[in-house]
Ligand binder design. Structure first.
Ligand code: SF4
Length: 289
């Protein structure tokens, strides 16, 4: 006889049993994590969770919990959270990842061919964000530059290459984190973002973070840190310690573009990134192999 809450050693071929097992495992995992992250994911992803759940036959709450569990684990095996024994199959993880992906697609669709601020008139294209949709680690910069505006991807110029090296120095790969900006369109001549532009664009970043539900956010540069933390404090006074955005630990640090101009600041950035690495380790999150 199978022990309650333990997977049937012989496996099951009943889809409903299998779905009940997924929900039970996710619930157990969430009980350990607390419901805070679930609330955030549900708020951000509720519409698509309902659609995806209806399509798959899983209840919306169960689907959201699976999403939350997978997001929390940063990939099931990374944190060893849902099932070290591999009880949660690859197919289930893919299903949960699809819910996150669908939620992110919905945010992008709602942004649409955005003309909410004056930057739409001078951009080549919107730069929404790029990377892993199950990333436990998210980097947020200020705004696209010329290369990003041209390619439609964040951090692909010289500063982006330095960011890639920073990520790799942390033991991660660029494709295993998620990278985006406060503004999704390039300010002309790379001028500073203006308050009305930030006010119009930032809600979409908030929704991205709500869907991704990362474990740690790194704010790159003064504008990203000030916007996310709603403060006028200087980046030098904010960096070096964790703050919080949407319930997620946030580490402000200098922008890679600043490091290209001021290489002596690399030491401080490395100190900040080491704090991020320590926090991820404390949370049981490891870089994917
Ligand atoms: S910067 Fe943001 S709010 Fe402004 S047009 Fe681009 S996407 Fe829309």
């Amino acid at each position: 006889m199978a022990i309650p809450d333990e997977p049937d050693a012989g496996g099951t071929t009943d889809p409903q049993d299998e779905l009940r097992q997924i929900a039970a495992q996710a619930r157990a995992h969430l009980a350990a994590l607390g419901e805070k992250r679930l609330t955030r994911v549900l708020r951000a992803a509720a519409p698509v969770v309902s659609v995806a759940a209806a399509a798959s036959g899983v209840s919306a709450v169960s689907a959201a919990r699976v999403v939350s569990a997978v997001g929390a684990a940063g990939g099931v095996s990374a944190a060893g959270g849902v099932s070290p024994a591999g009880v949660v199959s690859a197919a289930r993880v893919v299903s949960a990842a699809r819910v996150v992906s669908a939620a992110l697609v919905q945010v992008r669709e709602e942004l649409g061919d955005c003309r909410r601020c004056k930057l739409h008139a001078t951009r080549t294209q919107i730069v929404f964000g790029a990377g892993s949709e199950s990333a436990p680690l998210v980097f947020v910069g200020e705004a696209p530059g010329a290369s990003e505006d041209e390619q439609g991807l964040p951090f692909v110029g010289d500063a982006g290459q330095l960011l890639t090296r920073m990520i790799e120095a942390m033991g991660w790969r660029r494709e295993t984190v998620y990278i985006t900006n406060i503004l999704k369109c390039r300010p002309p001549g790379n001028r500073n973002p203006e308050p009305d532009e930030v006010a119009e664009c930032e809600p979409f970043l908030a929704r991205q973070l709500g869907v991704l539900a990362p474990r740690v956010v790194v704010a790159l540069g003064k504008f990203a840190a000030q916007s996310l933390l709603r403060t006028d404090a200087t980046i030098s006074s904010l960096r070096g310690r964790f703050h919080e955005v949407q319930g997620i630990p946030l580490m402000p640090t200098y922008h890679p573009a600043y490091l290209l101009r001021t290489p002596s600041a690399k030491k401080q950035v490395w100190e900040d990134l080491q704090l991020v690495m320590a926090e991820l380790e404390r949370l049981g999150v490891r870089a994917p192999a």
